[in-house]
Design a protein around this ligand. Sequence first.
Ligand SMILES: NC(=O)c1ccc[n+]([C@@H]2O[C@H](COP(=O)([O-])OP(=O)(O)OC[C@H]3O[C@@H](n4cnc5c(N)ncnc54)[C@H](OP(=O)(O)O)[C@@H]3O)[C@@H](O)[C@H]2O)c1
Length: 363
Amino acid sequence: MRGPVRDALYANIVAATARTIEDGGVRILILGGSRFLGRAFAAEALDAGHDVTVFNRGRSGPDLPGVTAIRGDRENPAALDRLVPEGTAAEPWDAVVDTSGYVPKIVGEGAAALAGAAGAYLFISSASAFADFPARPLSAASPLFDCPADATEGEYGPLKAGCERAIRANFPGRVQIHYPGIILGPHETSGRLTWWLSRIARGGEVLAPGDPRREIQLIDARDIARFGLHCLETGSTQPFLLAGPKGHTTFGDWLAACAQTTGSDARFVWAPDDVLTGHEVQVWSGLPLWSPEGGEAAAVWDKDCAPALAAGLVCRPIEETVRDTWAWLKDAPSLADEDGRIAGHGLSPNDEQRILAALKDRR
Ligand SMILES: NC(=O)c1ccc[n+]([C@@H]2O[C@H](COP(=O)([O-])OP(=O)(O)OC[C@H]3O[C@@H](n4cnc5c(N)ncnc54)[C@H](OP(=O)(O)O)[C@@H]3O)[C@@H](O)[C@H]2O)c1
C-alpha cells in the first residue's frame, strides 16, 4: 500500500474535504491506538507507510514503535487543547480514526476541537448502535437508537449512536462510520477468543454451547483496520456494517480451530441451550459468544456485510485469527482471574464440571 496508494489517499482526502493539505504524506491521528483495535489500526497504517500519531493516556500499554504519541485524556478539555495547540496553521492530520469513543458529549467535544485540524473522521461504532440488534437482521441501513449528541450517560449501544451524531455535527460530509460485530484477534481485551483458547488448551472434556453447526460471524481486528484505511483512501462516506461473511465459520469449526492450534486433546461436549439456561449460564459471557437460538437474540448472527465485502473488505480465515491470537496469548501475561475467567467471560472449572456431570446424568 505504499507509493501510489498513499498518493491516492492523499488525493482523495483532499478531494473529499476540498481542503489544502501540505505536502508530506498522509497523517493519521488515532484516538486510542495502544490496544486491540486501535493498535491494529496503528500497525496497519504504519505498515502502509502512513504517518501515525496516537492520542492516549499511556495506561493501556506501550505504543507501537514508529508512532508519534501525544499523551492526554480525551475527557479533559485542556488535553484537547494540547492536541491542537493554538496557532496551528495548517491541518495537522488528514484523517482521525476514533476507536475509543463511547460518550457523546466527550466525543463531540473532541470532534469540535479537531474539526479544523483534520480532513476526515472515521468512527468505530458498533452493531449495538442499531435499535434492532440482536432481535432482527441488521444492515447498515437499519434504524439507529435515538440518542442526543450531548448525552453523558446511558447504555453502550444508544451512546454509540449519540457519538455518531456528535461527530456528524462537527465533520459534516467528512464522516465515515463503521459498525463492527464481534471483533477477535491478537491483543483482544474482551475475553472471548482468549478465554476459549485458554480453556481449550487445558484439554479434557470441554463444555461447548448449543449446536456446533450454528453459523457465527466473527471478524479480525486487523481486517477492520485494513478496510478502514482503504475507505479513507477512497474517500468513502458510506456507513458499513462489518462482520464475518455468512458461512465464514460455525461455532464448531471455531472451537475445533482452537483445539488444533493449541495442540489440545479437548473433547467437546455440546450442551443444548435449555441445559445451559437451566444452569443459569450467563448468555453471551458465561460461555463466550453463546446465546440461545431464537428469542430476544434470534438475529445476533444475521448481519448483512455484503456491501462492505463489495467495497473491499477481506476477512481472513478464522483459523488464521485463532493461530495468531494464540501465538500472542501463550506468551502474554495471564489475563485470567482466580476462577479462570477473563474480563468477566467464561465459566469457572467448578461450574463447568457441574454442568458436564448433569449432562452425563441425562444420558
Ligand atoms: N470488541 C468487540 O467485539 C467490539 C464490537 C463492536 C465494536 N467495538 C468497538 O471497537 C472499539 C475497540 O477499541 P479498542 O480495542 O482500540 O479499545 P478501547 O478500549 O475502546 O480504547 C482503548 C484505547 O483508548 C485509549 N483511551 C481510553 N480512554 C481514554 C481517554 N479517556 N483519553 C485518551 N485515551 C483513552 C487507551 O489508552 P490509555 O488507556 O492508555 O489512555 C487505548 O489506547 C470500541 O470503539 C468498541 O466500541 C468492539
